[in-house]
Design a protein around this ligand. Structure first.
Ligand SMILES: Nc1ncnc2c1ncn2[C@@H]1O[C@H](COP(=O)(O)OP(=O)(O)OP(=O)(O)O)[C@@H](O)[C@H]1O
Length: 231
């Protein structure tokens, strides 16, 4: 994945001004304050939005221009599964991303993923009957069935209870796919391969968690100490 001189201004307010980033690492975390540009970075990385100037390449593919390849290459998981799930049953939801495949091939993929997660009993189950954490797992399984090269996640664990959060993180840790993970949960990314710290659309920290996370924590503590208490 490569951001080449990316300019992007949501609603005409400049955010990225010639951003250059190359990602070759298996698990990358994206951190930064509220409004730093993490979600916009992720949307550009997934080809959900196009740069105003410059380009984002994944496997040499201009991901925003080739939507068919983008869907094959990148799977996206958002914070709230209810904003992502559109079908009433587990099978239908998982089949949606596989509609380009012949039905037997799609069914085989769905069965393989359900079995891998020990969720064979979810076949035909109503999404409404699943908890929030289970819905998040459904989103992840639907993405995995599509066999993307890269999975991008925007704060997938917020709102989950501790056990569900830990389970989801274990699943993420074991994935063979490359992962780009936005989070404010610094403990979850302590053994990632790389952490990118965004601030105001710029990369201000980039490296191993052991280097970047202490700098980030120290900076945030200073910021908090400077801020007027308003609560
Ligand atoms: N649709 C939009 N229209 C206008 N401005 C936007 C839009 N989406 C995002 N922005 C602006 O872009 C900047 C980056 O937003 P972004 O959602 O990427 O931040 P973030 O780092 O993901 O923040 P958070 O941690 O709060 O989710 C913010 O200043 C935000 O106001």
């Amino acid at each position: 994945m490569r951001f080449n001189a990316v300019h992007y201004s949501p609603a005409d307010l400049p955010l990225f001004n010639g951003l250059n980033v190359a990602l070759q690492d298996h698990r990358v975390a994206l951190i930064g304050r509220n409004g730093a540009g993490k979600s916009q970075f992720l949307r550009l990385a997934a080809g959900l939005i196009a740069a105003d100037e410059g380009e984002v390449l994944l496997d040499g593919v201009a991901i925003a221009k080739d939507r068919r390849r983008a869907l094959e290459l990148v799977g996206v998981i958002f914070q709230n599964p209810d904003h992502q799930i559109i079908f009433p049953t587990v099978d239908e939801e998982m089949a949606f991303g596989l509609r380009h495949l012949p039905k037997p091939a799609a069914t085989a993929r769905i069965d393989a993923v359900l079995d891998r997660f020990g969720r064979g009993a979810w076949r035909g189950r109503a999404v409404q009957s699943l908890s929030q954490g289970q819905r998040q797992l459904l989103c992840l399984m639907a993405v995995l069935a599509m066999q993307p090269k890269l999975i991008v996640l925007d704060e997938p664990t917020s709102g989950l209870d501790l056990v569900t959060r830990l389970r989801l993180l274990q699943v993420l840790d074991a994935l063979p796919q490359d992962v780009l993970h936005i989070t404010h949960d610094l403990d979850a990314i302590a053994d990632y391969d790389r952490v990118i710290w965004l601030d105001d659309g710029r990369v201000i920290g980039d490296g191993r968690p052991a280097t970047v996370l202490p700098q980030y924590r120290a900076y945030m503590a200073e910021e908090a100490a400077r801020a007027e208490p308003d609560c």
